[in-house]
Design a protein around this ligand. Structure first.
Ligand SMILES: [Fe+2]
Ligand SMILES: [Fe+2]
Length: 265
């Protein structure tokens, strides 16, 4: 069973890239289920209901979040009324909505769990390992994919090896830079440190470069913003998972610009 996972959607340009390419990519690779990380869709920070709807209409079967899970208080207003929005399962002071959802596709159960990392992150969270163990104790699904949203590369790999053989895939998000380490671990769990982002290619992790320079280098008073034009980047990963075993049989990074597949270099 082929499943696509798309990296953090950044702003309206990220939504535009998903709207214009998701269905084409899904068809190209014969995927039957698409997961999209939407934590940066609302102008770069958070996810409004309108953004969630646009991602769903574009073909996202499941939308995950990250450290921007409730920026501006958007998500707490509507998450309880949705059926496909997953917030981090280990938030310490936020219990709106689910941190893990089981979907059913053609008789196969697919669990999607969102986890927030700890190293170099400011959010108040419970142990990712303990939170995931509790979810595993809740009950098994044929396929279980974890969106591990974290800054630290080694934290993501440590988590993946700890749960190798008990999850179908651990896909990292948050850095917005696609890593070159997609592989299947010895006991069958697919792992990739970071799937990357969807949005403006000519950007600093999705944000307009001059606005980032003014903010970071010159400590300017205005915030970062999303650029209005230029090539659109899609970063995703294609997983081929055996529903009988829950193991991933192949993992392939997807890197598209303006609706066409590109090769690194
Ligand atoms: Fe993030
Ligand atoms: Fe992000």
């Amino acid at each position: 069973m082929k499943i696509l996972f798309f990296g953090d959607v950044v702003g309206n340009r990220g939504i535009a890239s998903i709207s214009s390419s998701l269905k084409k990519i899904k068809e190209r690779y014969g995927a039957c289920f698409c997961i999209v990380n939407g934590e940066n869709a609302a102008g770069g920070f958070g996810l409004r209901y309108s953004d969630y709807r646009l991602l769903r209409d574009a073909g996202a079967d499941c939308v995950t979040l990250g450290n921007h899970y409730n920026d501006h208080g958007f998500v707490e207003d509507y998450i309880e009324d949705t059926h496909a929005l997953v917030r981090p399962c280990n938030t310490r002071y936020f219990d709106y909505g689910p941190g893990s959802i089981v979907f059913e596709v053609g008789g196969v159960t697919i669990r999607v769990t969102n986890v927030l990392g700890t190293a170099f992150m400011k959010e108040q969270v419970n142990s990712p390992m303990a939170a995931l163990t509790d979810i595993l104790d809740e009950g098994k699904a044929d396929i279980h994919i974890v969106d591990y949203h974290a800054e630290s590369t080694s934290e993501k790999a440590t988590f993946a090896y700890l749960f190798d053989g008990r999850l179908s895939a651990v896909i990292g998000t948050h850095t917005h830079v696609q890593s070159n380490d997609a592989r299947i671990l010895p006991k069958g769990t697919a792992f990739m440190t970071d799937v990357g982002m969807c949005g403006n290619l000519e950007s600093v992790i999705g944000y307009e470069p001059t606005s980032v320079i003014n903010r970071i280098i010159f400590n300017g008073p205005t915030g970062v913003r999303i650029g209005e034009e230029g090539p659109l980047l899609i970063n995703a990963v294609l997983l081929d998972i055996n529903p009988e075993t829950g193991r991933t049989e192949s993992i392939r990074p997807i890197y598209w610009i303006d609706g066409e597949e590109r090769v690194y270099g």
